[in-house]
Design a binder for this molecule. Structure first.
Ligand SMILES: [Fe+2]
Ligand SMILES: [Fe+2]
Length: 200
């Protein structure tokens, strides 16, 4: 069932604060990482924009944004970080967040395959992957989104792609979108430091 109770720019009831705290507490690379909270923020934001068009399950899309890179051990290829995220999601479901069994399977599948698969006949999983793949034009990555790797019509839209490219360089703004006023705190502080570094 699609749960659309989330405000795009504000607090998410779909992603409980204890889950975010646990992810950040155990995150093994820097919070300034290109695969860190600012990226999660943008994937969430872009994912929700896409979900409006695709009909994807918002709750799964938001949780994917937080989880899919949460188990990275480095900023390189780290090919098993997706499956590790799937294991983490399965372990925390019912403890730090709630999904139906069907939603959990889509979330785990989306995490598992987000680096190795291209297209999938599941609109929620494809929306997750497209949101991630629209956020490649980051400092140090500099890869423009490639429509070949996008599956939804919404993601291939020129305006959507240009918007994602623009957001991919504005980490602090993305973190604010992600956390909203209620989230604040140390992660936003780190994001500000990250942004300053990018402009030095
Ligand atoms: Fe990833
Ligand atoms: Fe990612």
């Amino acid at each position: 069932m699609v749960d659309n109770n989330t405000n795009l720019d504000g607090f998410s009831r779909n992603v409980p604060r204890p889950l975010v705290d646990d992810i950040i507490h155990h995150f093994q690379i820097s919070l300034d990482s290109i695969h860190g909270p600012a990226h999660w923020a943008r994937v969430r934001y872009t994912g929700l924009l896409l979900a409006r068009e695709t009909g994807a399950d918002w709750k799964v899309v938001e949780l994917f944004a937080f989880l899919h890179d949460s188990q990275r051990r480095n900023d390189g290829a780290d090919p098993e970080h997706g499956p590790r995220a799937g294991v983490y999601a399965r372990a925390q479901c019912g403890r730090l967040f709630d999904l139906t069994p069907e939603q959990l399977e889509v979330l785990v599948f989306s995490c598992n395959g987000h680096t190795k698969e291209r297209l999938i006949d599941d609109v929620t999983a494809q929306t997750c992957w497209d949101a991630d793949r629209l956020d490649l034009y980051r400092p140090g990555v500099d890869i423009l989104p490639d429509p070949y790797y996008l599956g939804t019509t919404a993601a291939k839209d020129t305006g959507m792609m240009q918007g994602a490219i623009g957001r991919s360089r504005v980490s602090q703004h993305a973190v604010q979108l992600f956390y909203g006023r209620r989230w604040g705190g140390e992660v936003c502080g780190d994001a500000r430091a990250f942004q300053r570094e990018q402009h030095q």
